[in-house]
Ligand binder design. Structure first.
Ligand SMILES: *Cc1c(COP(=O)(O)O)cnc(C)c1O
Length: 382
């Protein structure tokens, strides 16, 4: 450890100026922000009701509708990280006593269970071993059994690297008047996603994974059906900060003050979304897929194998099996300390069993894969 705080001769506290190592972030998030996005965050703030800022908010809304492929009018950025947007979906959609069915096949499914319970939901779960996904028959059986007000699924389970297919799920939900809530934190921008075509009613994401932006401003959207449920609530939304009936007035025509938006983060998000729109959504999805396939091939050439069946593997997050006899934590530490590369370890059922390698947003590039493979070649036991 270097000592950064000292007391000088005149008794004043002395701090060295901020010094942060430059890392290649190939873990489960955050990913490195695009240089243009970092430049945007450095722009001087204007007021949160300044016409220039209100225009920027409109742009964020349009761009979010594009990247999510939705026409939902209530599509905004929540001030906070992905978890705040996650909590916003639950807080607004769940009324005490509502049956909420949650697909749990990883860490973030469990977080949804905890959150829904705190808002008074009657929570039911359907589970799978970590790394697997639910099929339509399994979902249909659970929907028939529980007839939930809401079905919540994680599209991209960052703890396992599995992609939950969503096609056809909404048809099953309609039969029971069930709203479909989806976590798209690790899929938005990097994995094909069509909210309206797939009939998703509530979704959330974050800025620091597939969008290549620093954390702190998180996409949120709800369909007309979900807004209707919100408007018919018997009880107030139990979270003032995330209440969409209040927030909708700041983002909508009224422009009523609610809280001070994190102005500079919204600058950054706007630029990250602009870059994504300029690249084109389909091109970004293809880039993520191409680079992850290059990663898988390189890892296999090193004698490593992946945890998830190829068909359901995420392009944004790969779980790599730690070979028997290898100290996974020591390898990750060495990559960070000697090569400035961050990768993640396993959580829950996969603790100690996998490394998690993210190729998200700006970091989904051939040269980041090459850097990681070259470092692994050095640090893995022969
Ligand atoms: C990262 C993540 C979250 C939480 O987002 P934060 O920005 O860390 O609050 C939620 N769900 C999934 C699937 C994630 O990967």
């Amino acid at each position: 450890m270097t000592q950064t705080i000292s007391i000088n001769d005149s008794g004043r506290l002395q701090l060295t100026p901020l010094e942060i190592p430059s890392r290649l972030l190939l873990g489960p998030g955050p990913s490195n922000a695009h240089p243009t996005v970092l430049q945007a965050i450095n722009t001087s703030p204007v007021g949160h009701l300044d016409p220039a800022f209100l225009a920027l908010m409109d742009e964020i809304q349009s761009l979010l509708r594009y990247v999510w492929q939705t026409e939902n009018s209530l599509t905004i950025a929540v001030s906070g990280t992905g978890t705040a947007a996650m909590e916003a979906t639950i807080a607004n959609a769940v009324e005490p006593g509502d049956v909420v069915l949650i697909g749990v096949a990883g860490y973030f499914g469990n977080r949804l269970v905890d959150m829904a319970g705190r808002y008074g939901a009657d929570v039911r779960t359907i589970t799978k071993p970590w790394g697997q996904v639910f099929n339509l028959d399994e979902l249909q059986t659970a929907l028939k059994t529980y007839r939930p007000a809401i079905l919540a699924l994680v599209h991209a389970e960052t703890s396992t690297g599995a992609r939950q297919p969503l096609e056809g799920v909404t048809d099953l939900c309609r039969e029971f008047g069930t709203l479909l809530l989806v976590d798209t934190v690790t899929s938005l921008g990097g994995v094909p996603l069509f909210l309206d075509a797939w009939g998703v009613d509530l979704a959330y994401s974050c800025s620091q994974k597939g969008l290549g932006c620093p954390p702190g401003a998180s996409p949120f959207t709800m369909s007309a059906r979900a807004v209707e449920k919100l408007q018919q609530r018997q009880t107030k939304v139990a979270n003032w900060y995330l209440d969409m009936l209040l927030l909708g007035k700041y983002w909508g025509a009224e422009r009523t003050y609610h809280h001070t938006a994190p102005i500079n983060l919204y600058y950054a998000l706007r630029e990250a979304l602009r870059l994504l729109a300029e690249e084109g959504l389909a091109n970004s999805w293809q880039r993520h897929q191409k680079n992850v396939e290059y990663l898988w091939e390189g890892l296999e050439n090193l004698g490593l194998s992946m945890h998830v069946e190829q068909e359901y593997r995420l392009p944004t997050l790969t779980t790599v099996c730690i070979p028997a006899g290898v100290d996974g934590k020591a390898i990750a530490r060495q990559l960070l300390n000697e090569y400035n590369i961050e990768i993640g370890g396993g959580l829950g059922e996969l603790a100690g069993k996998v490394w998690r390698v993210g190729l998200m947003g700006f970091n989904s590039r051939k040269d980041s894969v090459d850097q990681l493979l070259a470092a692994l070649r050095q640090v893995l036991p022969k």
